[in-house]
Design a protein around this ligand. Sequence first.
Ligand code: FEO
Ligand code: CA
Ligand code: CA
Ligand code: CA
Length: 679
Amino acid sequence: SVTVTVTPITLDFTAVPHSLADVVTVPSGYSVTVLYRLGDPINGNVAAAANNGTDTNYAQRAGDHHDGMSYFGLAASGSNPDPTNSTRGLLVLNHENITQLYLHANGPTASPRPESEAIKEIECHGVSVVEVARSNGQWAYVRSSSLNRRITPNTPMAFSGPVKGSAWLKTAYSPDGTGGRGTINNCANGTMAWNTYLTNEENWAGYFRRNNGDATVRSTIDAKQNVSLARYGIREGRSGNYGWTTVTPSDSSSTVFRRWNATATATLATDGTADFRNEPFQFGWVVEIDPFNPNSTPRKRTALGRMNHEGCQSGRMIAGVRPAFYMGDDAQNEYIYKFVSATPWSASDASASDRLAVGDKYLDNGTLYVAKFNADGTGQWLPLVYGQNGLSSSNSVYPFADQADVLINTRLAGDALGATKMDRPEWTAVNPATGEMYCTLTNNSSRKPVASGSNTGVDWANPRSYVDAPSTSVGNRNGHIIRLREANDTTEATSFTWDVYAFGAGADLDPTNINLSGLDATNDFSSPDGLWFSLPSNVAGQQTPVMWIQTDDGAFTDVTNCMMLAAIPGRVGDGGTRSVTSSAGGASATVTTRIGKAPGVTLKRFLVGPKQCEITGIHSTPDGTSVFINIQHPGEDASSPAAPTSNWPDSQAGNAAATIRPRSSTIVITKNDGGVVAI
Ligand code: FEO
Ligand code: CA
Ligand code: CA
Ligand code: CA
């Protein structure tokens, strides 16, 4: 246990009002620099982007839909880490998805898809590693750095941990089930204490095609796979996002398109090595990247389970204590997880040169747990361990064969243990001063006052279901942020206490049953998603971090574009209990919840983004003077590339020519007086 001194600090900026403008708005006294845009070349040999749909070679350019991101300080020269350097570093960021319309001159061609268009779309996914440097106060990315790298859905990967070599990972590409190709739909991140980056595979299932009749074929091969595929949303009749399997490749031996067809071929070998029936089991993992070594092979860390991984952030790293890594599974009614290493933390590993070997040490052996929240404000971490708590071949939910089966089918194991179904767990973040873990629960349209069919009824940890005009749909429309305090404040704990830090809501909504946190015009928000704590190293005596909350919203965007807020976090248990009544869709239910944002706890809007964007991805230099943020999919609602619905980031500089295509981009925010951002 660690002694905590909470030193009061204040948020030293004026809250930004609601905005529907096509710019990033920040408080007065702050500046926005656009740093790294969709299509920007990461190689001196690649031309600057034309941004008119004609650009190619995205394996050497910034991808689309910038998402989770970490800054790693570099030494003044060379390629070694220096975690104290705030003027030269590597920015590592995810490219979660694409806005297909803007990638092609006249929008996408219908199926069968042209090979050139599909290659572009595939390469716009993945991860960027890009060197950034500050010179004379100005940030820029270093276009010709030898450390720059694009990781795409085609980059070779290695499997690591208990599932490595499993029969379920064997494909025509990887007959022994130890390797794979690429990563896709990478959402939030993880910044490891040993200078590696975790990228997390979220909505990967959507890319897979599965033909009608596959369930019948599979039932003769491995009937359990039908249960598994359905639980992860890969049902028969799916064509797969963007129709990549319809491409006829110019190289007939290429499998980079047909690999996305998970349909089993009845006439071929039944061990999975003759086709790509097992390709879906190669996705849904946490992937570790060593950004300082551009030639390193990323490792898929299977001990951390398989799900719609939103992000994976560590708890406090304390010498001699087994560290924990917290994860959300972002889909309606899914779970919150943590992985606890088998090995206590050794501080010298923070500066090891074989960084992926350190990852092997802490991320391949340990215990995966799923969270259960109780009505009395306590909770348990339930171990997902083969042979414990009924996770065996006789389980009534699903017969588990071994630990690899438990990990590949993490969701089924969570079902079997009766974990608490949550309102779409997105990012996790740990308060470095207290060790308390926060998780955004973005919204849930299937949360109803009373359970019915596939709808889940309200409970104490997910207590709201309501209508938020002008919508007529029912559910937890605006989301909330839950937090938990581990027993004895240790990452090794198997029990915790919890409350809800804040409930999203418009300030005009019912304060008794909806706007439970008393939000006002300076801080009302909806659909929290990105979440991060900053604790600048150079603020003397500061022991209270700033918590940052980012939104990905569709319910409040009639009033304001998506935003980022700053907060001074309190402690679990600040606010006491509240009775909440949900009356919607002809049903009514009352539950008692626990509310955490005590009166006086500060929460202020720091930034509002441009039109139709999501604000996601945040990290800062170690000195806190530069904060990096990603603006994802501005103008995503357009129906023609000739009529963009946002012109950002060009519009940030006042260039409002209406035909300029928007671009997902990384920005950096600095304070004009050179000080630490926000405080
Ligand atoms: Fe990629 Fe759940 O957001
Ligand atoms: Ca997200
Ligand atoms: Ca989201
Ligand atoms: Ca609304």
